[in-house]
Ligand binder design. Structure first.
Ligand SMILES: [Zn+2]
Length: 389
């Protein structure tokens, strides 16, 4: 029977009911049930290779996994959200009767693969910007039902703000935005649009005027700055491909013309096709970035879930290390060691190590809560200080 719905999305109930699962997991469940095989397994989530040649990722999506497994008779250990991880590190481990969680493999991977990919790209862009603000603008490129997930992951990764109203509600921050081309086109002139915006929008919203709609960016920037004067916080250029691609030259010219007229204070913000490489190239002239598709549709991190023990016995498929593991991180040099669970060791540098994996669910009961997003974001930014991109 075909289902007819307005939007092609799975509801929370359908995910919790195990409908977003690959059919072979459901068939496995049927076989195990038929033979009454209730085996306790340990399954871990690892990634063997990271996208785009990256050498680290930012782990996110745990909060949704906890919501899915809550009440199931399993124990969940995981890296705290926002932890920087490398290949082969178990980022999560579930121990319990396979029948309690096997059908959720598809959904659990979906939670962590996509959001970790977005958080990782966000962290790279924020690092590239060297302290300049980076705002997530790319929700429009993805299905609207996942806007909160995209922007939560982008914010955790290091973005300073998000653009949609709904996501900012989840994050407890105000949404960030400037003005669209639509406002300028309808009012017919950039300065008229800037004045109307200034007249209507509450004054706590910074006046950032889009200057690439009708005329050359340089002349529009001068017109807008002369009209709004002290009220103008910044200008935004959304067309990095203009002027035959020599965008640095254009920014240099705009900055010069503003400065020579006494508008050194006016910030220059850039959006449109921005990623970490473009950010590095434009930092000399830019005060902030709106990053779209590069973050919202970042490459996913292809974690897989693999069984490593069955009924307490070492058991793993070809190409996988069996047995439950721990990750020890050095307090001093931040080096990580993947060791059999229960192993204690100090780092080569002489530094003390601590265990990164924490128990979040103990036999169905949530015993550790995921912190607020602003706390996780600070954790990411602190770790990123020691990382080069
Ligand atoms: Zn060390």
């Amino acid at each position: 029977m075909k289902d007819d719905r307005d939007f092609y999305i799975a509801t929370e109930k359908e995910i919790k009911d195990g409908l977003v699962t690959d059919i072979y997991f459901e068939r496995t469940r049927q076989v195990l049930e038929a033979y009454n095989l209730h085996k306790v397994v340990s399954a871990e989530f690892i990634v063997k290779g990271l996208p785009e040649g990256n050498d680290f990722g930012v782990f996110t999506g745990l909060k949704e996994v906890i919501s899915l497994l809550k009440g199931k008779k399993v124990t969940l250990r995981a890296l705290p959200e926002g932890t920087i991880f490398k290949t082969w590190m178990p980022v999560m481990e579930i121990v319990g009767d396979y029948l309690e969680f096997g059908v959720y493999e598809t959904a659990m991977l979906g939670f962590i693969c996509q959001s970790s990919g977005i958080a990782t790209k966000s962290a790279r862009c924020k690092k590239a910007a060297q302290g300049r603000p980076v705002i997530s603008f790319g929700t429009r490129r993805m299905h609207p039902c996942i806007a909160p997930m995209i922007e939560r992951s982008a914010y955790i990764g290091g973005c300073d703000g998000v653009s949609t109203i709904i996501s900012s509600k989840f994050l407890g921050i105000n949404p960030t935005g400037t003005m669209p081309h639509a406002l300028i086109l309808i009012l017919g002139d950039t300065v008229e649009a800037a004045k109307a915006f200034d007249a209507v929008i509450p004054e706590e919203v910074p006046r950032i005027v889009l200057i690439d709609t009708f005329l050359d960016e340089k002349f529009e920037a001068i017109r807008v700055a002369s009209a709004l004067r002290d009220k103008l916080f910044g200008i935004r250029l959304d067309t990095p491909g203009s002027r035959r691609g020599d965008f640095r030259r254009l920014l240099d010219e705009v900055r010069w013309e503003l400065n020579i007229r006494g508008f050194e204070r006016v910030k220059i913000m850039v959006s449109g096709g921005i990623d970490e490489d473009k950010i590095k190239n434009l930092n000399e002239y830019c005060d902030g970035y709106g990053v779209g598709t590069a973050i919202s549709s970042a490459s996913t991190i292809d974690f897989s879930m693999d069984i490593v023990e069955v009924e307490g016995k070492f058991c793993a498929k070809r190409g996988k290390h069996s047995g439950r593991k721990d990750i020890l991180r050095c307090n001093d040099c931040q080096r990580d060691f993947i060791v059999p669970l229960g192993t204690k060791k100090n780092c080569h540098c002489g530094g003390q190590t601590f265990s990164l994996l924490k128990v979040y669910i103990d036999n169905g009961e949530i015993i550790e809560k995921v912190p607020e997003e602003n706390v996780i974001r600070e954790y990411v930014l602190n770790q990123m200080e020691k990382i080069e991109i």
